[in-house]
Design a protein around this ligand. Structure first.
Ligand SMILES: *Cc1c(COP(=O)(O)O)cnc(C)c1O
Length: 389
């Protein structure tokens, strides 16, 4: 056979299959009127989901839907242009102002997604000569942002502050940056932020904090990891958050000083060259922020769910985590895939997470809890897991 592109693609695909890393899209239709995370799959089977990052169950809230529809009637569907070229609407400005007030920062800049935000923030702020220190389990978008900046990436062992200090101690040239998730997306544990802040002060490093899984879930008014540790917003230099997780919408934002936001608006290429998020989503996110701030009951339910689940399966291979992200480490990719398939037969949707999303040999079930789950939903999950594990 000639060595065509197709030929090498098929070789690569065969490798992916052999390693148990094959990925397939499937469409799940939410039941929008259910008060729990229920979906219907392509075969018409009802599935209870433990896979969504919609931690507070806000994506189905009538207030969000109504806000989106009302704004869509005013503004149409697509924004039609980049934010700097006519795509910005009053709804975007109102959302940015509300987010800034909520966090107690000077200003906020909206992005189309968290992935775009991280690429834009890091490549705009970090110079090629700078040094970047990043937790080994940081989200892929943070890693890619550093790659785009051209700076040297030094990864410290997950949560290991002695290792971070060692690396900081050795560095000399350029500005030092510490980049971390607040809540780690696959393990669900927290970054040791107080220690990171202390080290940053000592070594004059700047901090970029990604709060994708922390906003809405942790701290007073859902203000995230900093609030959880009762640290001031100004303890870090850049805060990134997404609107697609606990907010239940789509999009992302950066929060910080007016200078930071002015600089990013002028320099972040993924901001300058992207089409503004639809105004209807900005309006929905504003309605969501209101519910999220006042969501103490939902946050309390999440804590109850988590404690109950772990107490019911005390001997399961849980990762340590105090958040709604609860990982069961099963080892090989094939073991995780088989477990997920058996859960699915029991009407439960909780897909396996495999390398390269998680380190080799740590394939897992990533169970995510939602305030929208009922206790009976958790009972169903526990019963199924007892049979399978
Ligand atoms: C989901 C996620 C992102 C990306 O956000 P999107 O809005 O989904 O593009 C960035 N960082 C972390 C830690 C995430 O979990």
């Amino acid at each position: 056979m000639p060595d065509t592109a197709e030929n090498t693609w098929s070789t690569q695909l065969a490798d992916i299959r052999r390693q148990g890393l094959w990925r397939e899209l499937q469409s799940l239709q939410p039941d929008p009127d259910a008060d729990r995370p229920l979906f219907v799959d392509a075969e018409g089977r009802l599935l209870l989901s433990f896979a969504s990052n919609d931690y507070l169950g806000l994506s189905r809230e009538p207030a969000l839907r109504q806000a989106a529809i009302a704004e869509m009637e005013r503004s149409g569907v697509g924004a039609g242009a980049a934010p700097l070229l006519g795509g910005e609407r009053p709804a975007h400005q109102a959302l940015a102002a509300d987010l800034a007030r909520w966090l107690g920062v000077e200003a906020v800049l909206l992005f189309g997604s968290g992935y775009l935000a991280n690429l834009g923030i890091i490549s705009a702020l970090v110079g090629r000569q700078d040094r970047v220190y990043a937790d080994r389990l940081n989200h892929a978008s943070l890693v890619d942002g550093v790659r785009l900046s051209g700076a040297r990436l030094q990864r410290y062992r997950h949560g290991d502050m002695a290792h971070l200090q060692q690396l900081l101690e050795r560095g000399t040239a350029g500005q030092a940056w510490i980049i971390t998730d607040g809540v780690f997306s696959m393990d669900g544990d927290l970054a040791p932020l107080p220690e990171i802040v202390t080290l940053a002060r000592r070594y004059q490093a700047r901090i970029i904090l990604d709060e994708a899984h922390a906003f809405g879930v942790l701290g007073a008014e859902g203000r995230g990891t900093l609030a959880h540790y009762q640290l001031d917003t100004h303890s870090v230099d850049v805060i990134m958050g997404t609107l697609g997780k606990a907010f239940g919408v789509y999009g992302a934002f950066v929060a910080g000083s007016q200078d930071l936001i002015d600089l990013l608006r002028n320099r972040a290429r993924s901001f300058i060259y992207h089409t503004a998020m639809p105004a209807a989503l900005a309006a929905a996110a504003r309605a969501s922020l209101q519910l999220l701030r006042d969501g103490e009951d939902r946050r309390a339910r999440l804590v109850e769910h988590r404690d109950w689940l772990r107490a019911e399966l005390p001997d399961a291979p849980w990762l340590p985590s105090a958040t709604p992200i609860q990982g069961l480490v099963l080892g090989e990719a094939t073991a995780a895939v088989q477990t997920a398939a058996r859960l699915r037969e029991a009407g439960l949707y909780c897909p396996a997470v495999r390398p390269p999303t998680v380190p080799k040999g740590s394939a897992r079930l990533r169970i995510t809890l939602s305030a929208a789950h009922h206790r009976e939903d958790l009972t169903q999950l526990v019963t199924a897991l007892r049979e399978i594990l």
